[in-house]
Design a protein. Structure first.
Length: 305
C-alpha cells in the first residue's frame, strides 16, 4: 500500500499550525454546478490571508490530458505556464479564528491514498470538524433561495438545513470518500451540496456561492465577508430576469419550477433555527444579547491565544 505522505510536500509553516482547528474543503472536478466550488475558493483567497502548509504532487494525482494546464503564448514565445494546485492552507476568518482549507482540483488518481492523507492531517492537527461543499444541477427556479442537501454526522444541521433527503445512487467524488472514512472513524464531518438551477449550472452563479459560505459558517461558526458575492448575485439575477422576461418559453419554465418548488417546500418545511421548542421567535434584545455573548467569547479566545 502506497504511503499517503508521498503525495504531498510540507512547507515550513506546517510545524506552526495550532491544534484543534476546523477543516474546510472544496475541490473542483466532476460536478461544480454554478461554479460554486470555484467561486468559493477564489472568494476565500481574496478575503482571507492563507498560508500554505502542504502542496500535493500534480504528477501523482492529476490527469493532465483531462484537465490541461494553461499556457500563455505571447506573440512568438511561451511567456507563462500555470499548473493546477491542490493545497492545504492555514487561514483566519473575520474575527481572527483560525481554520484549515483544503482547496484546488479533485484528484484524478489515488483516491484511497489521498483520503488517507487527508485523514492523516485530521489526526496530526487534531481537527475538530471537517466541512466540505459541492454543487449539483436541480430543477429549481432561480427566483427562490438556493438550498442545500446535508450529509455527515451533524444531525442538527441535517434537521435544520437539508431540504432534499433522497435515497439514491450518484457518482461520487474524492471528498465523498473522505467523508465516508471520517464518518467510519467517528469524526465530526458535514457535507453540503448546493442545489443549483439546472439552466444556470454551466455558468457562475454567485448566489449559490453565498449559500456555500453560509453553510460553512453554520457548521463551523467561522465568519467570512459576503457582500461582494451578494452584490454579484444581485447583478447576475437581474440579468437573468431580463432574459426571462423576453422569452416566453423561459417564463413558462420558471413558472412551472416555482409552482413545483413551492409545493414541495410547503410539504417539507425546515424548522427555523431561531425558534424555541414552543415555536416562538426570540426578541431583538435576546438576539443582541446572544450576539454580544458570541463576540465576547471570540475576543476571549483571541486574548488567550
Amino acid at each position: 500500500m502506497r504511503d499517503p505522505n508521498s503525495l504531498f510536500e510540507l512547507t515550513p509553516a506546517a510545524d506552526t499550525v495550532p491544534q484543534g482547528l476546523p477543516l474546510i474543503a472544496g475541490l473542483t472536478g466532476f460536478a461544480d454546478a454554478g461554479g460554486v466550488v470555484t467561486q468559493l475558493g477564489e472568494h476565500l483567497s481574496n478575503v482571507v490571508e492563507l498560508t500554505e502548509i502542504a502542496v500535493f504532487d500534480n504528477d501523482e494525482l492529476l490527469d493532465y490530458r483531462a484537465r490541461r494546464p494553461t499556457i500563455l503564448f505571447d506573440e512568438d514565445h511561451l511567456a507563462e505556464y500555470t499548473p493546477p494546485r491542490l493545497t492545504l492552507a492555514l487561514g483566519r476568518d473575520e474575527l481572527g479564528a483560525s481554520f484549515l482549507l483544503l482547496s484546488g482540483y479533485e484528484p484524478d488518481f489515488q483516491w484511497e491514498s489521498f483520503s488517507r492523507a487527508v485523514l492523516g492531517f485530521v489526526e496530526r492537527y487534531a481537527v475538530t470538524s471537517t466541512t466540505w461543499v459541492h454543487a449539483i444541477p436541480m430543477p429549481v427556479p432561480h427566483t427562490r433561495p438556493v438550498q442545500v442537501t446535508v450529509s455527515g454526522t451533524r444531525d442538527d444541521l441535517v434537521e435544520q438545513m437539508s431540504i432534499w433527503k433522497p435515497r439514491t445512487q450518484a457518482p461520487a467524488n474524492a471528498l465523498h470518500l473522505v467523508e465516508w472514512k471520517l464518518q467510519d472513524a467517528g469524526a465530526v464531518v458535514t457535507g453540503f451540496v448546493a442545489l443549483v438551477p439546472h439552466y444556470l449550472s454551466d455558468t457562475e452563479f454567485p448566489s449559490a456561492a453565498v449559500t456555500a459560505v453560509e453553510s460553512i459558517s453554520a457548521a463551523t461558526g467561522l465568519i467570512f465577508p459576503t457582500e461582494q458575492l451578494r452584490q454579484e448575485g444581485r447583478d447576475f439575477l437581474a440579468k437573468v430576469d431580463q432574459q426571462v422576461e423576453t422569452n416566453e418559453e423561459l417564463r413558462r419554465l420558471v413558472a412551472t419550477l416555482e409552482e413545483r418548488h413551492d409545493a414541495y417546500v410547503a410539504g417539507n418545511p425546515l424548522p427555523s433555527p431561531l425558534t424555541d421548542e414552543a415555536g416562538d421567535l426570540p426578541s431583538a434584545d435576546e438576539i443582541a444579547a446572544e450576539l454580544e455573548k458570541f463576540l465576547a467569547g471570540r475576543r476571549a479566545e483571541d486574548e488567550s491565544d
